[in-house]
Design a protein around this ligand. Sequence first.
Ligand code: FAD
Length: 561
Amino acid sequence: MTSTTPTRILILGGGCGGVYTALTLEKVLKRELKRGEVEIALVSRDNYLTFQPMLPEVVSGSIGILDTITPIRRLCPRTNLYTRAIEEIDFQRRCVTLASGVGSRQLQLEYDHLVIALGNDTSFAGQQGLLEHALPFKYLGDALTLRNHAIHALEEADIERDPKARQGLLTFVVAGGGFSGVEAVAELNDFVRSAAKSFRNVQPEEIRVVLLHAGGLILPELPKNLAEFVQRLLMKRGVELRLNTRLAGATAEAALLSGGERIETRTLVSTVPGGPNPVVAALNCPKDRGRIVTDPYLEVPGHAGVWAVGDCALIVDATTSEPSPPTAQHAIREGRCAAENIAATLRGSAKRAFAFKALGKMGSLGHRSAVAEVFGIKLSGFLAWWLWRTVYLMKLPGLDRKIRVAVDWTLDLLLPSDIVQLRTDRAVSIRREHFEPGQAIFREGDHGDWLYIIEDGEVEVRKRVAGQEETPIRRLGPGDCFGEIALLGDHVRTASTHSLTSTNALAIDRDACQALLSTLPPLRDFFNRLLEERVGMRPESGDAVGVSNGVAVHTTQETTR
Ligand SMILES: Cc1cc2nc3c(=O)[nH]c(=O)nc-3n(C[C@H](O)[C@H](O)[C@H](O)COP(=O)(O)OP(=O)(O)OC[C@H]3O[C@@H](n4cnc5c(N)ncnc54)[C@H](O)[C@@H]3O)c2cc1C
């Protein structure tokens, strides 16, 4: 390290892998950093580290929303942080492209050493309707969304009179029987059952919480007797276990199971492991099932100066010769090892091969119980729970966070669960929806507040004339739209629409439609022609629905939808 230009070390990802690489580099290269011989930069979408093992507790509210996250700037004060999305890694030019921020300019960062710690992705690819209707569970925003969603479902159930709709609102389904799924279902179950006591019209026996797991026993990471203990405990608390059952798809109203069965639900969470991060998937380097293969020192073979750690990397442990599992414990140790090996490379000293024997495995199950296997000793119940809390409190980065979490945990022992629904989402103006064959998309009498455009599939419009059975009046396919008459006429639906096949559609809400129609005259003309064709009346006659500058003109004639 004698040159005058500093050596640039660039870390991609602000999870356990990336942040612990930066933390360790700051320690081991302290002198070099002071002399300006080295520069460390870290790029991540968020400016904080999420401590994922504690996310399930955000759902139940037993810890504060911000207590699971720590600002990266405070943890790594000598690292330059870029809070941006990463778009591309170019091994040839040794540079990384970041998405544009407030302005429209992308950023390019060059590196001498690159550490890839991008984790994996929640991918719902290949399962119909999951992208549109299932909730992921990986980041803080996911835990918050799930909590708000569950409270919203209870609020709606409290005022809903239709038994089928109530059943869907009060059924909560979690797919995935690994640690994150089991911890999430345990906390969700505790939370909805205790929160429901504050809802006058929701009876405890109406609540159904279901865990779907593809294998015959949940928590395959744990010894059989501990996993069986967890199963018994969950069932005792009212969780319905569906083993050897895969989630095959979803609609807005149901979870679709592999055998063809459906569970009516308005809350579906999928913790089933996702696919590779898209930036990693686009890389041209050795990979195994989407994970970047490294040598024993965590460097990518054939790409000197490129290192990979955490969930996105396939790292074979030097002692056991087994691939390291995707856990926070491993990501932290891999980050430290990569940092030490980068320092060794800069100094020309020997690198160390990665080896780590996990200290144990622990999972919290809410209600002051947990399971743990530590140093080969198996624990369950309250003792395991106490140990779990103590260990994670010690592991949680940052003293201020440790104090906040300890206070929240103490208060949680004394106070009832909070049921405030925080609305953080902005109004949705366009969304994708998936419908199964035979599913009603809307019915006569529903309020007409969405316009649909079919992406693929086929739907049928049916109308009831003079109180008789519904009669098909129109079939629509890809590229067709429906729902415009009630939406633009601002009245209830006067016909029903059902999907005939598996159908994907874009749904656009009233405000977005009117904004488009008022600014795009050709679109306005298109809808006027469509209304004329479908309603059979000229809009200008004043008898039919028409569009004038995006403002609906009401009909006095019978409309078809
Ligand atoms: C709910 C849950 C509970 C868990 N419980 C435990 C547990 O009890 N014990 C345990 O050991 N492990 C647990 N894990 C697993 C553990 O959290 C992960 O193995 C660990 O976080 C992996 O760290 P990582 O740094 O590789 O990836 P991640 O933590 O996923 O970090 C990846 C980082 O890259 C960033 N990123 C990704 N793509 C881009 C992009 N294009 N642009 C910019 N930034 C990007 C992300 O924002 C993130 O900061 C749990 C995981 C979950 C989801």
